[in-house]
Write a protein that binds this ligand. Structure first.
Ligand SMILES: NC(=O)c1ccc[n+]([C@@H]2O[C@H](COP(=O)([O-])OP(=O)(O)OC[C@H]3O[C@@H](n4cnc5c(N)ncnc54)[C@H](O)[C@@H]3O)[C@@H](O)[C@H]2O)c1
Length: 306
């Protein structure tokens, strides 16, 4: 199949593009940034998705049957400082890309939304796909809006749109220097023996889901008969303290964390009930937190030794 994947210089799409390429698909990757890992034989396009004319040109050339759209401004705290960037990148560019894809004949558009950010601070945890959408950050609002706009593109064009709504994704090759991705940030600092800061009380919870499980959900979303929108997580609430503790065990780190005030846009609790993903995609998470963190630390440790 001819497939276009956006955000391939980033974390999750970096895993997805490798999986699709090794399965024999004709893959084109697209990102504004240079890849941090070597490109292994797929076509790799450098483009800012906010460039409408550039996007139309690339999509018309590639003629993808399926588009996996993961490129985004993906940090909650950046969104609180610069909401324009989220609106332009996560909403407008997503809609223009989807329309260009439909025009070029794509049959399926798989969007990556955010189960962790679109429900705000829900009354009932775990949240599920029927939980009211009430984001508390510009990032969450941009993902929720993009889903609405993309459903209009589906209605307008007939190209089916699916949406994968992950919790907090972690795994090897996540950027440890960004503002999001607590597992990567802590892992790198612990392996260097540097101090680690926890924002808030440490009791805030999130649903941490391993990156290969999210990639599996993406693939299933592209193959399902209809365009569904499903949260993807483990159903488990894990506190930041617990993440610190499991990582400290795997990194042999013995220092205590430094505690700092909470950050704008952060929510107190989150976990997700993935019944719909199981029903419509036959998807369930396969990798436990301990196993996922062990795999992640192994790759970070190998990189640190290079
Ligand atoms: N990591 C998580 O915990 C998580 C959770 C839920 C949803 N998501 C979503 O999954 C997707 C991938 O997340 P990630 O963690 O891999 O993020 P990432 O920041 O590692 O990757 C995002 C990529 O998008 C690219 N990008 C940003 N703006 C662009 C633009 N204007 N044009 C072209 N490329 C652009 C960046 O260069 C980057 O390589 C995002 O849509 C994110 O919102 C991530």
């Amino acid at each position: 199949m001819r497939i276009l994947v956006t955000g391939t210089s980033g974390f999750i799409a970096g895993h997805l593009v490798r999986r699709l390429h090794s399965a024999g698909h004709e893959v084109t990757g697209l990102d504004v940034a240079e890849p941090r890992r070597p490109v292994e034989g797929w076509r790799d396009v450098r483009l800012d998705l906010r460039d409408d004319a550039g996007v139309s040109r690339v999509v018309a050339e590639v003629k993808p049957e399926v588009v996996f759209h993961l490129a985004a401004q993906a940090s909650v705290s950046v969104s609180m400082r610069e909401p324009r960037l989220d609106i332009e990148t996560n909403v407008i560019a997503s809609v223009m890309l989807a329309r260009a894809a439909a025009e070029a004949g794509a049959r399926r558009f798989v969007f990556t939304s955010s189960g962790g950010a679109m429900f705000g601070a829900p009354e009932i945890v775990p949240a599920n796909d029927d939980t009211p959408v009430e984001p508390r950050s510009f990032y969450g609002a941009s993902k929720a809006s993009a889903e609405k706009f993309l459903k209009i593109v589906e209605w307008e064009t007939g190209m089916t749109v699916a949406s994968v709504r992950p919790g907090n994704v972690y795994g090897p090759y996540q950027d440890p220097h960004g503002e999001a991705g607590v597992v990567a940030i802590f892992a790198e600092r612990m392996l260097r023996g540097e101090p680690v800061t926890i924002f808030g009380t440490g009791g805030d919870t999130r649903d941490y889901v391993y990156v290969e499980d999210v990639v599996e959900a993406q693939v299933r979303a592209s193959e399902a008969a209809t365009g569904e929108m499903c949260v993807v997580g483990t159903g488990l609430e894990t506190s930041t303290h617990k993440i610190f503790e499991v990582l400290a065990k795997h990194c042999a780190y013995e220092r205590a964390p430094i505690m700092a005030p909470p950050r704008a846009g952060d929510i107190p609790r989150m976990a997700m009930d993935t019944t719909r993903a199981r029903e419509v995609w036959g998807w369930t998470p396969q990798v436990s937190l301990d196993e996922g963190i062990a795999r992640t630390v192994e790759v970070f440790r190998a990189a640190a030794q290079k």
